[in-house]
Design a protein around this ligand. Structure first.
Ligand code: GLU
Length: 317
């Protein structure tokens, strides 16, 4: 079975929000901003402002083991230094755990189940399968061992059944995309046994509740998008109308620049030079070297997604 969620933006209905475009930057404070996250922030800011919209800031800090308040503070300082002022109040996901649990206990409850499989027991499961079957899939989705066990949902990790059909969406940078969220992610863990909420769940609920219309973010998150589209639907929240997945800045070995592989934090001592560098990486027309605010204004006026289209990499550093 194949479902197109929206074939053309004009067909998507937005029952809860006004027509004002709303974008967002949603960093996880597991480190300081680096050139990769800065280009995402700058692109999403210039793009949504070029449409006359609002740019919201959401701190995605549900992962209490990896996130740190110090990083959040530094991210806010860096954004302000660069003149990237957000609209409205900042949302901190760590303060919204009750909201995500509420969705899990109500509208999403029929699609969730408790799971007691450990990494070890799953490894054993796949080993046993391998013994009798040569063609074990590379991507080992959760084999739904616990789906019929009716385990206490509060005492165990919680899995959510994702739909097993192809979902299509138009990506404003990468073109038409199709994916089957069940094949890609399986029944994903939405809440760990210790209560930690999964990032995709929190991000989807907040995108819906904040009435986000435009999501511009890194290409590395593209494989999560159809899961997010289906989550919004399952939760009865408005769908995001426009998706844009930006090409990535990579290390010479092809890996995405990220905190995990120790990308250098940005140096904001010369914010204007940094903005010029990031705009160049984003393949935008150069702007006059000036105050960050004036440079951003010119960058908004000139903003153009075309040079980014169908590209996987912005640059290698
Ligand atoms: N929090 C994610 C990150 O920092 C971004 C999520 C998103 O933009 O949807 O990589």
């Amino acid at each position: 079975m194949t479902t197109v969620i929206h074939t053309h933006p004009s067909l998507s209905s937005r029952p809860y929000t006004t027509d004002l475009p709303i974008g967002r930057f949603a960093p996880s404070p597991t480190g300081e901003l680096h050139l990769g996250s800065l280009t995402t922030a700058l692109a999403s800011y210039c793009h949504i402002k070029s449409l006359g919209g609002k740019w919201l800031l959401r701190i995605e800090d549900t992962d209490t083991e990896r996130c740190d308040r110090q990083f959040t503070e530094q991210i806010l300082i860096d954004l302000e230094t660069l003149g990237l002022y957000w609209d409205g109040d900042i949302i901190h996901q760590s303060e919204r755990i009750d909201i995500y649990n509420d969705y899990l206990q109500t509208v999403l409850a029929p699609l969730t189940y408790g799971c007691q499989c450990s990494r070890k027991s799953l490894a054993r499961y796949w080993d046993n399968i391998k013994k009798v079957n040569d063609s074990v899939p590379n991507q080992q989705r959760y084999p739904r061992c616990c789906i019929n066990d009716i385990l206490d949902k509060k005492e165990h990790k919680l899995r959510l059944q994702l739909p097993d059909y192809a979902i299509g969406f138009m990506d404003g940078i990468q073109g038409m995309q199709w994916d089957n969220p069940q094949q890609t992610l399986g029944d994903m863990v939405v809440r760990r046994q210790d209560g930690m909420i999964n990032y995709i769940l929190a991000a989807s609920i907040d995108d819906g509740l904040q009435g986000i219309t435009h999501i511009m973010r890194g290409l590395d998150i593209l494989p999560m998008t159809t899961a997010q589209i289906s989550l919004l639907q399952m939760a009865g929240l408005p769908t995001v109308s426009y998706w844009y997945h930006l090409p990535l800045i990579c290390h010479t070995n092809g890996q995405k620049l990220s905190k995990q592989n120790l990308a250098q934090p940005i140096d904001t001592r010369d914010p204007s030079a940094l903005i010029a560098q990031a705009l160049k990486l984003l393949q935008q027309q150069p702007v006059d070297l000036d105050t960050p605010e004036r440079m951003l204004k010119q960058a908004i006026d000139q903003w153009d997604n075309t040079p980014l289209q169908n590209k996987q990499q912005l640059a290698t550093l």
